[in-house]
Design a protein around this ligand. Structure first.
Ligand SMILES: Cc1cc2nc3c(=O)[nH]c(=O)nc-3n(C[C@H](O)[C@H](O)[C@H](O)COP(=O)(O)OP(=O)(O)OC[C@H]3O[C@@H](n4cnc5c(N)ncnc54)[C@H](O)[C@@H]3O)c2cc1C
Length: 649
């Protein structure tokens, strides 16, 4: 027999202003199965919860409906409340009369009628709710971090310092990411190599960190607390255990190809390390450009290697790691210049992007910090910076703000003026967004002390004019047309997710937005968690960010991993799918639609089987099942029909 209590919350005036809460409680008190109904200003407050507990005991309730805000907000609160007085928590239901009623209506009469319907339907569902018990699963207290930029480095160190093992997978031959390419870092102008390399060395030396450089994640199976990860260790053609890092192989290699680390501004060899402070500091052979691997001749590196470390027979290998949590920190790339027709479409050597300018301004870069024009090596005397190239341009490219450009442009213009005092820097901008600590002061300093000329407006065209780049634009503040004969142009290209992230997200079963940035579980309240349990996000992989924000987010993700690992077992929601084997026809529709790989067809019985620990309870399989064999605990088809009946009755 049902003994249901209904508790209507005012949520201050959030609900009570639009829904007649007293009338609602009165009407519902007569509904079949309800033995008690009341209303209160804040049900989630301590007195509100105490009242629920008292009534559950006093009236011997076997089910509770709280009519309040969305279950995302307080479902857990009220489930815990009833559980504390012995009622099964899954016999507590939330009727959402705030987001789905009071907030979307103005007319009190209509809103009250709708609230009554919502509560009645919820009562009907509750009548068929089973008492459920959460599943408990053990946790493997080891983490995987994907991406070894500053985000991955920080997350790995924080987790490892808390005493848990970390497997850090980096696809390049060294960790460091883009931070190691930068000249100096705003707003304090410190040397990124000086502040990042100690952390890189700590990663390399940390007894709890297993660094797998030159590696990529191939497959992930399992679920929060118990993932199995297959990792491809790419063939480097160098036995890193034997290599002493003497550099003779690099010296003797006759091949010269554009260096990716130096943004194609200078050449590297076919056997190369990424940069002098690389961790690990071991070379790899680029199989696309090595003379021996492409044409079968040369072997200069092998002949000169005293340690006999060159191994042209090396193949990709695979390792498997068991981990309980995964931090994704795959970072960003810059949009390709060739996509921007109006700015020379990548044709002009002296039109470069922001990272190329970082390399030119970097004291350890190819021009030792004094920018030289890529075309002829001359020191540029007039430089034009163009902001928002590809960003904030919903009609043609990306609608979002790339966040770091306003700051790095002022930094680069300042550094340029420091080394070329008689040079002039112009900046074309739409708006200037310098919203971090000390950022506005940094901008003012750049404008005033370095006489950087800021021009508000878009550049309409740039084209080659002898050895100059002619820049046509408009200053929208004065209404003047602007024409500058520049020696060099720096495009602040849109920040985009790093290559391959969409495929990686698919492998990991996490979601990415339309542009490929990984999506967080909640933009405000769960910004470092993915929607898929056990995955955490760090750094620019989740959206454009500067280093302080990246580091803060990485530490946030690490602390989430730590709190997960602080438990001995994980409790998994029992509101998941289950199969009625008598009814299942083995069509496999459920397997196809399951985004979490939680269902498989038993080859012997030809029946679907749900892995309860992996199922996230999304319900897609139940909707796709033609025979009704797939049912959702406490969301059965019968419950849904009863709810619909309550609405239309
Ligand atoms: C021109 C420019 C100048 C800047 N200047 C500043 C500045 O002065 N101050 C500041 O605060 N910020 C600056 N920034 C921003 C700064 O670069 C970023 O905030 C920071 O580098 C982001 O770190 P990250 O670790 O998230 O990403 P990244 O640095 O991009 O690192 C990601 C790492 O993941 C690896 N990876 C990617 N995919 C995979 C995969 N599938 N498997 C394994 N590994 C993978 C990559 O190889 C890389 O090592 C600048 C940005 C630009 C474009």
């Amino acid at each position: 027999m049902n003994r249901i209590g209904v508790f209507v919350c005012h949520c201050g005036l959030n609900i009570a202003q639009t829904v007649d809460v007293e009338k609602l409680a009165n009407i519902i008190s007569d509904y079949p199965g309800v033995v008690y109904a009341t209303n209160y200003i804040y049900m989630c407050s301590d007195p509100g919860q105490d009242m629920i507990k008292e009534i559950v005991k006093e009236k011997k309730l076997n089910g509770v409906v709280v009519a309040c805000c969305s279950p995302t907000m307080h479902e857990t609160t009220f489930r815990n409340t009833v559980a504390s007085v012995g009622l099964n928590p899954y016999r507590c239901e939330i009727a959402n009369i705030r987001e789905q009623c009071s907030w979307v209506h103005k007319d009190k009469k209509i809103a009250t009628e709708k609230a009554v319907e919502i509560v009645k339907a919820t009562i009907e569902k509750l009548k068929l709710d089973k008492s459920l018990i959460p599943l408990s699963v053990p946790i493997t207290k080891r983490a995987l971090v994907i991406g070894g930029g500053i985000a991955g480095i920080q997350a790995s160190l924080d987790i490892a310092d808390s005493g848990y093992e970390v497997v850090l997978v980096e696809r390049n031959q060294s960790i460091g990411g883009h931070m190691l390419q930068l000249s100096e870092t705003f707003p304090t102008l410190d040397c990124p190599q000086c502040i990042a390399t100690p952390k890189m060395v700590q990663v390399g030396q940390h007894p709890k960190i297993k660094l797998l450089a030159y590696s990529e994640v191939e497959e992930v199976s399992g679920y929060v607390g118990n993932f199995k990860v297959k990792i491809r260790r790419k063939a480097s053609f160098v036995d890193w255990n034997k290599c002493t890092g003497c550099g003779l192989c690099v010296e003797k290699c006759p091949v010269r190809v554009p260096s990716e680390f130096n943004e194609l501004l200078v050449k590297r060899k076919a056997i190369y390390t990424l940069f002098p402070q690389a961790v690990p500091n071991k070379p790899v052979i680029d199989s696309n450009n090595c003379l021996y691997l492409t044409k079968g001749k040369c072997r200069a590196c092998e002949k000169n290697c005293l340690a006999k470390a060159i191994d042209f027979n090396q193949k990709d290998t695979f390792v498997e790691e068991d981990v309980g949590a995964i931090v994704v920190a795959t970072g960003y790339d810059l949009m390709d210049k060739a996509e921007i027709g109006e700015y020379g479409a990548g044709k002009y050597k002296d039109v470069i992007n922001g990272l190329q300018m970082e390399r030119l301004l970097c004291p350890s870069g190819p021009t030792e910090g004094i920018p030289h024009r890529p075309s002829d090596g001359k020191i540029p005397k007039e430089i034009v910076f163009i902001q928002c190239v590809g960003s904030r341009d919903p009609e043609h490219y990306y609608p979002y703000c790339s966040k770091v450009c306003c700051m790095y442009v002022v930094k680069q213009a300042m550094l340029y003026k420091n080394v070329v005092p008689d040079g002039q820097a112009y900046v074309f901008y739409m708006d200037i967004r310098c919203d971090g600590k000390g950022y506005e002061e940094f901008l003012q300093k750049g404008m005033e002390e370095n006489k950087i000329l800021y021009l508000r407006g878009r550049v309409s065209k740039l084209f080659k004019d002898g050895d100059k780049i002619k820049v046509w634009g408009a200053d929208t503040l004065t209404g003047r047309k602007i024409e500058i004969s520049a020696d060099m142009v720096v495009l602040a290209m849109a920040v985009v997710p790093s290559k391959g992230v969409k495929e990686l997200a698919r492998k990991l079963r996490i979601t990415a937005d339309d542009y490929g940035f990984l999506t967080e579980a909640h933009p405000k309240l769960r910004p470092v968690e993915s929607l898929t349990a056990g995955y955490f996000l760090a750094g620019a992989a989740q959206g454009p960010k500067d280093i302080p924000d990246v580091v803060a987010q990485a530490s946030g993700a690490a602390s989430k991993v730590d709190s997960l690992f602080s438990q001995d077992v994980l409790y998994h929601e029992p509101i998941i799918a289950s199969v009625d084997e008598e009814v299942c026809v083995g069509c496999g529709n459920c397997v196809d639609v399951c985004a979490y790989d939680a269902i498989e067809l038993d080859l012997r019985t030809k029946k679907a089987k749900v892995n309860s620990a992996v199922c996230e309870g999304c319900g897609a399989c139940c909707a796709a099942c033609p025979s009704g064999a797939m049912q959702h605990n406490n969301f059965s088809k019968r419950q849904i029909f009863e709810m619909v009946d309550a609405f239309v009755r």
